[in-house]
Ligand binder design. Sequence first.
Ligand code: NAD
Length: 429
Amino acid sequence: MQTSPSGAPSEERLEHKENLNVLTSTQAIIREALEKLGYSEAMYELFKEPLRMITVRIPVRMDDGSVRVFTGYRAQHNDAVGPTKGGIRFHPDVTEDEVKALSIWMSLKAGIVDLPYGGAKGGIVVNPAELSFRELERLSRGYVRAISQIVGPNKDIPAPDVATNSQIMAWMLDEYSRIREHDSPGFITGKPLVLGGSQVRETATARGVTIVLREAARKVGIPVEGARVVIQGFGNAGSYLAKFMHDAGAKVIGISDVYGGLYDENGLDIDSLLEKRDSFGMVTRLFKNTITNQELLELDTDILIPAAVENQITAHNAPNIKAKILVEAANGPTTWEATQILTERGVLIVPDVLASAGGVTVSYFEWVQNNQGYYWTEEEVMQKLEQTLVKAFHNVVRMAETRGVNMRLAAYMVGVRKMAEAVRYRGWV
Ligand code: NAD
């Protein structure tokens, strides 16, 4: 770091140092959103951290007889609107701050799509690829035993996130039902259909991104059919998105995974890539002519969809982004500074808390179906998802236009408003 003669970091350098901490950068936008809506400092103090954050140690008997102890977290951001809701992530880089930020984003998503929930998130520090199937089962069950006192169908409802799936949800449901000694399908969402899962849940995030992307494209005047699309990440979200974009007649010219990207200006053969991809979303290692993820993000394209990890578009590369629409399927892919640079350059940003809200929306539909014991068809779920997301997209656009703010701040303002009202009515602040 450049220092001043006194040895302290120079102000000029500090001014240009970007905040890449997802928690503190989220807090700064929440503060601005609340200020713009006229709420007090006390409301910010309440929202800047989760109401509850629990850290658990989970002992797991490994296949070789040894015991490994894993660290897990569950953050419940705010339950003024209703029970909290949010996924569980299995990843070696999970941190307390990340889980807290993700729980805040879930509150915002619930507010944006108008669900009767607050946000939550869970995570376990683990590389699931290193565990056997049975070790993964024991870890999943151990996590539920560790957090069972603070979760439940009317308290806090988990779901899948990065590297967790319907099988893991099934083990977690089974463990919870054993502890409570009754069947409770509404405890968790993202379950297999036979255990009370919902139609469309598996593809819900990508479906949701596709719906808001279509609305954004209409607004900018770019027909999806024939549009050039670049997608970073080829996992659950990215691969389904590539398929839906391809099926909608768009030309997917670039995709990537953690090892690099593939590019073809005439459009990639998505069906063949989907066949070749492994269950962790890896495919590019099978090819020789790859590009880097940075090159991929800067490709000449109409639509760019980050669907991988955080902090991919920063002040450093934002000036080189050529897309006209940026739709964030991933959580936190673009920094606040990059948001401002892109907005000034006229790029329409559909922020993460809006674009990736399809998953929690269909999770809500799953929970409603569990509560009523009556299940909807795929068409019914799709129709409800469509209605919910189209309305949410236009609410955020309206907020951005009437208040003269960028799309991310507008989404935060829409997202935080219902929760703040609920807090006020309850008399907490
Ligand atoms: P995943 O683990 O299935 O896939 C991740 C993909 O990103 C893989 O192709 C991986 O190779 C790639 N990747 C990982 N690190 C990378 C890096 N540094 N650079 C480039 N590529 C990298 O995960 P997913 O479920 O598809 O989630 C992706 C993003 O979407 C995450 O931010 C997640 O929070 C968000 N999201 C997912 C869902 C969902 O339902 N799956 C819902 C909401 C938001």
